[in-house]
Design a protein around this ligand. Structure first.
Ligand code: FEO
Ligand code: CA
Ligand code: CA
Ligand code: CA
Length: 619
């Protein structure tokens, strides 16, 4: 309906060159400062961050987590100089976290309970009060709303799986709570002022040597151990039992309460957090599906219509989902004080769909409900007894209805001007001749990735789609460089994706293909899609004629991924995250290069970008 609208700002910077330094690069006239790096104390229970890895597990429980990822700035009193920053912490680097990496005993068991607790506490989400003081953003130490959610924090279960037998554990006899959130990658937010954190590669934290369920096997829980071996902690069984052994979900008893068979069933969800009310718990909104959620973005709001939440499943050949609320949007809910009650209203009841992309730029949303049609002529009720069972094995249900396997769906972003939805497909080097291509994923060995977009039909059951831009190096041939990119905007592996409220789309990258990596570290580019129009005024994709409108704004330090994005309401400050840098940051000036021959303990960090003249970012 708003498809003809055009953003009324224009990009006011020139594309910057690539960079391969232990420093960030930004356009002239901008500054970039470090804020809330890993280990920054949130309160007096944490010692200051130590450069030798000796901070304790308790310090880490009261300090900013590791490996920053998705993020959102929540303004306090509508201010652009004070707010609550919610930051995801995707995973950890044991070498940076501990003095000399992870410790194992001769039997191969994790030999230090303290170390494992510190690792668990470095995961999750940070809520931190930040404030602009004399031109510099700072953490407000001991602020009331500062808090951590970790891989051990108790959270509520809501939606179809609340109280379900598959959520019953010795810890949760009523199946209505679960412990911890894991691998929090992309994020979202809601119109009512809450944060959404997305559980991505959580299957890698669980193992099951003998009793994998169909759902466990489909999602990829291993039979041979976990990423950090938390399930194998040496010591007195009674001490380490439920805290660590729960990551091994092999059934060893007669009932669920005897073992940890259901432990992983509490993971794989969109988790809602109210950053403003520190007395509330996080809530896992199971109605939105259980898979490796990368991000979560809501569609353009219309009073009296449902709210749509989009979420990609980041794995090769996985799918794109949307959840449509049963409740119709009431704008008064944006100002509610019981925000989690509003979350329950719009996120616990609704219909989950998966996307099918067809030839000719058309597509449809296939319902994942008991009556949803399967490709063999039956319905999902032939395989699943309840909606809760469908949710538990969301990807398995999506297989049966004939969803389109994509090249690793990452973040979703909705254009506030046109309502068009954009989603990054980061790469898929396993799309071989044998697997074949499909219209929405047309390149074999897709090492560069692409960004797809769609516009919902009025009844929201179908959509029209096209591919907005193809990643490529500038020397790629006509079959690779389909968008005509040049040195100044070549990119690969689009991942983080966000619109600001002015209609500027920001694209962040994670691990470029070699051809691009030789030229530049990971980066962030900007473009205003609503302004790319052909002579008839129809929306255009990026092509050789308009490609200079896609501009490189930022380049990260060596080894990093650029992710997470949020703006202050006045657009004078932009927050982004640097995850897994190699040898950075050297000082509070993010652009200061680590001197040759100097090694620093790497720290993921938020970077705040502002303009020297105090103007608006990007325009
Ligand atoms: Fe954690 Fe899909 O990136
Ligand atoms: Ca990501
Ligand atoms: Ca990624
Ligand atoms: Ca990452």
């Amino acid at each position: 309906a708003d498809i003809d609208k055009v953003a009324d700002v224009s990009l006011g910077f020139q594309s910057i060159a690539g960079s391969k330094l232990d420093a960030v690069a930004i356009p002239a006239g901008y500054v970039a400062r470090i804020l809330a790096p890993w280990g920054t104390p949130l309160n007096s229970d944490a010692d200051a961050w130590k450069n030798d890895g000796t901070n304790s597990a308790t310090d880490q429980d009261n300090a900013v987590g590791m490996h920053h990822d998705g993020m959102r700035f929540f303004s306090l009193n509508d201010s652009s100089t004070e707010g609550l920053l919610c930051i995801n912490h995707e995973y950890i680097d044991q070498n940076a976290l501990h003095p000399t990496g992870a410790s194992f005993d001769d039997a191969g068991l994790r030999s230090s309970v303290e170390e494992v607790r510190k690792e668990i506490n470095a995961h999750g989400v940070t809520v931190v009060h930040v404030e602009l003081v004399a031109g510099v953003w700072q953490v407000v130490d001991n602020a009331a709303q500062n808090r951590r959610f970790t891989a051990a924090t108790e959270m509520d279960i809501a939606g179809p799986l609340k109280g379900h037998e598959s959520l019953v554990t010795a810890y949760a006899p009523n199946g209505d709570v679960a412990r911890g959130t894991l691998n929090n990658c992309g994020n979202g937010d809601t119109p009512w002022g809450t944060y959404l954190t997305c559980e991505e590669n959580w299957p890698g934290y669980f193992t099951n040597s003998d009793t994998l369920t169909t759902a466990d096997a489909r999602i990829g829980i291993s039979t041979r151990g976990t990423r950090y071996s938390w399930e194998d902690v040496a010591g007195d069984e009674s001490e380490v039992d439920s805290e660590f052994a729960r990551y091994d979900t092999t059934a060893t008893g007669d009932t669920a309460a005897d073992d940890y068979r259901n432990e992983a069933n509490g993971h794989g969800y969109i988790v809602e957090i109210d950053p403003y009310d520190e007395l509330t718990k996080a809530v896992k909104r199971t109605a939105l599906g259980r898979f490796r959620h990368e991000g979560c973005a809501y569609g353009k709001l219309t009073a009296g219509k449902p709210i749509i939440f989009y979420s990609g499943h980041d794995s090769r050949f996985e799918y794109i989902y949307k959840f449509v609320s049963t409740a119709m949007w009431d704008a008064a809910d944006a100002n509610a004080t019981d925000r989690l009650a509003v979350g329950a209203k719009y996120m616990d009841e609704g219909t989950l769909y998966v996307a099918k992309f067809s030839e000719g730029g058309v597509g449809e949303w296939l319902p994942l409900t008991l009556t949803g049609a399967t490709t063999d002529g039956g319905t999902l009720a032939d395989t699943f007894a309840t909606q809760a069972e469908i949710i538990l094995n969301t990807a398995g249900a999506a297989d049966l209805v004939g969803a389109t396997p994509m090249d690793r769906p990452e973040w979703t972003a909705v254009d506030p001007i046109t309502g068009v939805v954009y989603l990054t497909l980061t790469n898929n080097t396993r799309r071989t001749e044998e697997e074949g291509t499909n219209p929405a994923n047309p390149r074999l060995n897709n090492s560069f990735g692409h960004i797809i977009r769609w516009e919902e039909s009025d009844d929201q059951t179908s959509f029209e789609w096209d591919i907005f831009v193809f990643g490529s190096d500038d020397e790629g041939d006509a079959e690779t460089n389909l968008s005509g990119l040049d040195e100044l905007n070549q990119f690969a592996s689009p991942d983080g994706l966000a619109f600001d409220s002015r209609g500027i789309l920001w694209v962040q990258t994670d691990n470029g293909a070699d051809e691009v990596e030789e030229y530049t570290n990971d980066q962030m580019l900007a473009v205003i899609p609503s302004q790319l129009r052909d002579d008839n005024g129809d929306m255009e994709v990026i092509n050789a004629d308009n490609q200079t409108e896609l501009r490189r704004f930022f380049v990260g330090p060596n080894g990093c991924e650029v992710t997470g994005l949020s703006f202050t309401p006045d657009h004078k400050h932009c927050f982004l995250n640097i995850q897994h840098p190699e040898n950075w940051p050297y000082s509070l000036d993010a652009t200061e290069e680590t001197p040759a021959g100097v090694s620093v303990r790497p720290r993921a960090s938020t970077v705040v970008i502002s303009r020297v003249d105090g103007g608006d970012i990007g325009v």
